[in-house]
Write a protein that binds this ligand. Sequence first.
Ligand code: ADP
Ligand code: MG
Length: 232
Amino acid sequence: MILEVKDLNAWYGKSHILRGVSFNVKPGEILAMLGRNGVGRSTTVKALMGDVEKTGEITFEGNRIDNLPTHEIARLGIGCVPEDRQVFPTLTVHQNLIMGLQSQGRDDGWTPDDAFQLFPRLAERAGTEAGSLSGGEQQLLTMMRTLMGNPKLILIDEPTEGLAPRMVAQVKDLILEIARRGTSVVLVEQKLTVALKIANRVLVMGHGSIVFEGTPADLAAREDVRRDYIEV
Ligand SMILES: Nc1ncnc2c1ncn2[C@@H]1O[C@H](COP(=O)(O)OP(=O)(O)O)[C@@H](O)[C@H]1O
Ligand SMILES: [Mg+2]
C-alpha cells in the first residue's frame, strides 16, 4: 500500500464531518471516491493534506504523516489538485508550469514539455496569461502544474465538474497517463461513468463514512448502492 488511512475523523469547528473513514491506496492504481455533494469527499482530501482538524492514522509509504504540516506532506510526494482550480491567473501558462517544478526536482520526472506534448493547446498558449484560458484548459494546467512536482500519489478533486464532454475526455486520458507513468491517483468524482471507466477500485461515501468499496464491476452490479448513495 502506498497510502493507508485508518479511522479518520474530521471536524469544522463543532461539526463532526468524517466519521471513521478507513481505506488504502495501492501503488499505481486509480481509486475513485464517489458520493453525493456534501458527504465529505473534499474533506477527506483536505484531511490527507493536513488541512483540517482531524484524528486517525494516515500512513504514506510506511511513515505516519497525520501530524505533519501540509508543505511536508507535499514534499514527501503527495500532490493535490483541489476542487477550486488554482492557476496563477496573471502568470503565463509556461510560468505556471515552472512554479510547479520549483516545489521539487527530479531528473526523470514530468516537465513542461510533457504538458505541451500531451496538450498542444497549452503549447499554443504557453506565453498567454493563464487566467484567459477556458475552465477546462485551466483544469488541465492545474493538473500538469501539480505533476511538475513529481508526486507519487496525486489527489484530484472533481476535475471534470462543469467541463464540456471533449474536455472531460482529455482529463480522463490525462488521469490514465498519470497512472501509466506510475503515480497513484485518488480521484474524487461525481460522474459515475467517468469513474467506472478509468478506476481500478471505487469507494462510495455517504454522510461522512465509506458505505461501499469494490471494483467498478462490483459497483455496476449494485443498483442499491447507486440508487441510495450516488444517483441524484
Ligand atoms: N469550511 C467549511 N466549514 C464548515 N463546514 C464545511 C466546510 N467545508 C465543508 N463543510 C461541510 O462539510 C460537509 C462535507 O463537505 P465536503 O467534504 O465538501 O463534501 P463533498 O466534497 O463530498 O461534496 C458538508 O456538510 C459541508 O457543508
Ligand atoms: Mg467536494
